[in-house]
Design a protein around this ligand. Structure first.
Ligand SMILES: [Zn+2]
Length: 175
């Protein structure tokens, strides 16, 4: 029997289902292929600036589930230069502002899985931003694979691209 604590941990960290692949798993890194606009992967990028991209997760845990990743193929956050650390923080903050505006969640889980045993299915480091809502379905249903998508990520793509562009401009114009 799986205890409650373990189940909770899995809920928070077992969200590595980033299937951007259009067909067979191609050679090379999926996030590098997305960065390079390869035909082999589904491009769900909503924002790209300062060496980082923000992408929708094709199989979101919740509406608005985003992935933030560096253009440089890093596998450990300690590889980031100081300018990349700043750019990452800026990109995460921008993403939160956009999600606040577009989805009005009541909270967020933000984190990355480093290493296969931590649940990382893609070596290229990426941060998940998972909006949390007051009335989410139960953990049991989630594990039973019965999670229902309220909004397909492809439908939210254009709306988010616009929101990111507007919010980035707004932020840049702030004193
Ligand atoms: Zn890569």
């Amino acid at each position: 029997m799986v205890g409650y604590a373990r189940t909770s941990m899995e809920y928070f960290f077992n969200f590595e289902k980033i299937a951007y692949l259009k067909g067979k798993r191609p050679e090379g890194c999926i996030l590098c292929l997305i960065r390079d606009h390869s035909d082999l992967v589904q491009d769900l990028t909503v924002y790209s600036q300062d060496g980082f991209s923000v992408s929708l997760n094709l199989y979101p845990y919740n509406p608005g589930h985003l992935i933030v990743f560096p253009h440089r193929h890093c596998t450990d956050l300690r590889e980031f230069h100081i300018d990349e650390q700043l750019a990452l923080h800026k990109t995460l903050s921008l993403a939160l502002s956009v999600l606040d505006q577009e989805y009005h969640p009541s909270g967020y889980n933000i984190g990355c899985n480093m290493g296969l045993n931590a649940g990382a299915s893609i070596e290229h480091i990426h941060y998940h931003i998972i909006p949390r809502y007051p009335r989410e379905i139960g953990i049991a249903e989630l594990f039973a694979g019965k999670r229902v998508l309220v909004e397909h990520p492809l439908d939210s793509m254009e709306r988010l691209q616009r929101a990111f562009a507007e919010k980035a401009e707004e932020t840049a114009n702030q004193p």
